[in-house]
Design a binder for this molecule. Sequence first.
Ligand code: UDP
Length: 389
Amino acid sequence: MSAVPKKILFAMSDTGGGHRSAAMAINAAISTASDASCTTVDFLRATRFPGLHKAPEIYDYCSKKHLWLNNLFFKKTDSVRRINTLTKMVYLQAGQHIERELAEIEPDIIVAVHPLVIGLMRLARERLQASWPIITVVTDLVTFHASWATPGADWYLTPTGEATNLLAKNGVSLQRIVHTGFPIHPKFAQARLTQTQARNELGIDSGKFTVLLTGGGVGAGGLGEWVSMLEKQCADKQILVITGNNKGLYNELKSKKMPSHINIYGFVGNMEVMMAASDIVITKAGPGTIMESAAMKRPLIITEAVGIQEIGNISYVEQNQLGYYCPSPELACKTINGIASQLCGENNPFDRREVITDGSSRIATFILQHMVGAGTQIGDGGNTLGSVS
Ligand code: UDP
């Protein structure tokens, strides 16, 4: 009789595109190594708690129109104690909905890829007297909300040394922290297409220097203004604009008569092809896009930090020589021209080998080693993968 496949539950919320991308990346790495089944649940939605269940829409709206509100929430709640109290309040009201979801899935392990679900999962485990381990995968790089350090997870997997230090500063024991690298989808590191093949697949000019402009899952970061400026100042370049879930901007740009060197896309499912086709990526300081570009060896131009949690990513990009911070399109265009001359020939100065690009497979290995029945007990230190320095 064959064994029943193990069940892995990704607990997250669709605030931005990065948390779901992380779950999908780890899922893809797991599926190459195991027949475990993976389910992803937005547990902030599942709470049905007033306001909280609309977290994705609120994040979306505030990131584009009222960033100060996101930042105010960040500052007012940036403490493990406060988050614990708020989580308990939410659980009192919403525990039944969370427990119902969990009872349906019966997970063997929970992987939290969003900071605000860690405490909910811990409370559910206590209430249900369950034994599934909880692994937190931190998806912010450098400056992040204290809620990532919410107690209750058995392990905390970090993308950078800076993240390890910040978790420890917020009270997580170093024995529970493993530096695995960021969960970049394997499709980026194992890019199958050359630049010309990718351009042909997209049906764009295969001979033109190509700039990819993106603003994360929500299409934030003043994309509209950047398009108008690049249209004028980078007229000799081919520009691919990804509006993500920003449908308003997509419709607005599509309704205008755009010059032929500007191509507009909505939410794309083939970011690896878009990046393969490009020479350079312009983006807000989103961790997912930064690490995917690094894996694809595409230099970055960072336009701004959308939210306090992205501020440290700017210096991360500069210090690791992944690209440049250019808050104005004028500076960006000058930098793009400079990069265009550096990228000639074989030499790619943006091939940063020190950035870990196989984070998802390291995380997948760790998860598979720590599922119920996999032989490792909760709280035994459990670092069978070994941390990277
Ligand atoms: N993304 C995508 N399609 C799009 C726009 C974005 O798949 O049209 C993905 C992108 O590849 C990355 C994530 O969404 O994995 C964005 O994450 P990031 O951390 O850059 O920003 P966030 O959306 O979380 O603010």
